[in-house]
Design a protein around this ligand. Structure first.
Ligand SMILES: Cc1cc2nc3c(=O)[nH]c(=O)nc-3n(C[C@H](O)[C@H](O)[C@H](O)COP(=O)(O)O)c2cc1C
Length: 268
């Protein structure tokens, strides 16, 4: 059973039906405005869901999942950061080329050490050039392939691990590929897309299949698409998809003065 813990929260977009929360704003713009309103009023929706009360056969809407997956922040953050999550439930809907253009534009503007921009990406699409897509999908570990095969777009990220001049190792190449990937990910979330990163793949095989030179290193596979439907998932995947997202407390990673000493400025 899901219920609103704060009974004072009342919004036309929310109604409680038989103990469940439904968000009726299906229009993406209205939904965005709705979530922003909640965020700005700092009314955090707290929903508890008993796992056993979510029947396998029952359809749980994207909006319901989204509310459950929203980062439970103590301090306000950008809406796309709050909404980003690694879904397993990709739908078949192809990603528009205009959106893909925006994703790689966002990646392009990431910062990088010495502005080396050590990232490159091999873009593969299920609905266009399916052979490449299948080849990349074939590089994934079986457990990842099981859900990633539904994502309409798979991208291989690659790092150039030596500096442009002098040939020395660039120790920040993976870091900077990560920055570019996060830019892409946040932009995707702002466009109502979902991104799930995958390190569980055969990098040597990907290198061979996509003819990546020795100067470069495959980093991750990036699954991109729209949210589909929870019912397509196995019970184990549904359990994972519906479990709340957790993060370490600030005191474990923001220090003052010396390592291990929690700062009082940013409290849990
Ligand atoms: C570098 C990297 C590699 C990852 N590899 C996998 C993977 O192989 N399989 C998988 O299911 N998820 C993978 N993930 C997703 C993480 O499990 C996920 O980001 C984490 O559990 C936090 O969940 P959230 O992204 O929904 O906040 C990866 C994430 C990152 C950043």
């Amino acid at each position: 059973m899901a219920h609103l813990l704060n009974p004072g929260v009342n919004h036309e977009g929310i109604r409680s039906v038989a103990g469940r929360i439904c968000v009726e704003k299906k229009d993406p713009m209205k939904r965005k405005a709705f979530l922003e309103e909640y965020h700005s009023r700092e009314l955090t929706l707290r929903i508890t869901i008993e796992e056993k009360a979510v029947p396998q056969s029952d359809s749980i809407s994207y909006q319901q999942l989204e509310l459950k997956k929203l980062a439970d922040t103590k301090y306000p953050i950008e809406e796309a950061l709050r909404r980003r999550c690694s879904t397993l439930a990709f739908g078949d809907r192809p990603v528009e080329v205009t959106k893909l253009q925006q994703l790689f534009e966002a990646a392009r503007w990431a910062p990088s050490s010495f502005n080396e921009q050590p990232w490159s990406f091999v873009l593969t699409m299920k609905h266009d050039g399916q052979e490449d897509y299948e080849r990349l999908l074939g590089c994934l570990m079986a457990n990842n392939r099981e859900w990633a095969r539904r994502a309409p777009v798979l991208v291989l990220s690659i790092a150039k691990h030596h500096h442009e001049t002098g040939g020395k190792v660039n120790p920040y190449s993976f870091h900077d590929v990560g920055l570019a990937t996060e830019n892409l990910t946040v932009q995707a979330t702002a466009l109502d897309l979902f991104v799930h990163l995958i390190a569980g793949f055969d990098a040597a095989r990907a290198r061979e299949l996509f003819m990546i030179p020795e100067t470069h290193q495959p980093v991750c596979v990036i699954a991109i698409g729209y949210f589909g439907n929870l019912e397509i998932l196995t019970p184990e995947q549904q359990r994972r998809e519906l479990s709340p997202r957790h993060r370490r407390p600030f005191k474990e990673f923001v220090y003052a003065g010396r390592w291990g000493n929690p700062t009082e400025l940013i409290s849990d």
